[in-house]
Design a protein around this ligand. Structure first.
Ligand code: ADP
Ligand code: MG
Length: 211
């Protein structure tokens, strides 16, 4: 099981995501300034600083406890539309796989799929609405496909990252149908979606920490 994902690795994944968000805070705010209210980077950075501070105190032997803490802190401290959506993602990921102590690729894919289902049940986004869904869904499709083809973890995560980045870039041409950006109608076209951009960072962080 050398390739397996454990709770301490998941904690490193979340720490690295927080690091990427803090480095890219101003850029995420600038993307949100174009089609929203310029707070997406600030929201995520505030929330993931709280999560990172808490990570050292959460028991790291247990995937369920770790992800429930992370998800609840994200919901309560990120704010904006994205906070509850990212938080739900982590909570449902943990619920789906929480009894496992090690995740193989297929269990990780199953957890990510459950997290995405939580995002959809809260936000009702569909493909092409120009949201975080447009980065998350293709990434999870790619992770599922490569995991079920028995590829090794580095291949699985790199396939997820490539799909997340293409999905993110495809939001430029989309017209926003959910969230604040939808108020702009046609004027939302031609801009990257901030939530799809931050969601893609989850997969950058995964390739750096889970392999
Ligand atoms: P707010 O819009 O409340 O200021 P943020 O700026 O933090 O919140 O987050 C905006 C991002 O949230 C958008 O770029 C989009 O990706 C995502 N988002 C907004 N509404 C939804 C939704 N209903 N489903 C999925 N993602 C959404
Ligand atoms: Mg905003």
């Amino acid at each position: 099981m050398p390739d397996d994902i454990t709770a301490p690795k998941l904690a490193d994944w979340i720490r690295e995501f927080g690091h990427l968000v803090s480095v890219q805070r101003d850029r995420l705010n600038a993307l949100d300034a174009a089609i929203g209210d310029a707070d997406h980077g600030t929201n995520l950075d505030r929330g993931f600083r709280a999560v990172t501070a808490e990570l050292d105190t959460i028991p790291q032997s247990d995937i369920a406890t770790l992800l429930a803490h992370v998800g609840n802190t994200v919901v309560s401290s990120v704010g904006g539309a994205a906070g509850p959506l990212f938080g739900t993602f982590f909570i449902l990921l943990g619920d789906a796989v929480g009894n496992d102590r090690h995740l193989n690729n297929e269990r990780f894919a199953l957890g990510l799929r459950a997290g995405l289902a939580g995002v959809v049940s809260r936000g009702r986004a569909e493909a092409g609405d120009k949201t975080m869904y447009d980065a998350l869904a293709p990434a999870i499709d790619a992770i599922e496909a490569t995991a079920s083809a028995q590829r090794d973890l580095p291949d699985v995560l790199r396939a997820g990252l490539r799909a997340a980045e293409s999905g993110r870039d495809a939001t430029i041409a989309m017209l926003a149908r959910k969230g604040r950006a939808s108020y702009l109608g046609e004027r939302s076209v031609g801009h990257l979606d901030p939530g799809a951009t931050s969601a893609a960072l989850l997969f950058t962080a995964a390739t750096r920490t889970l392999i």
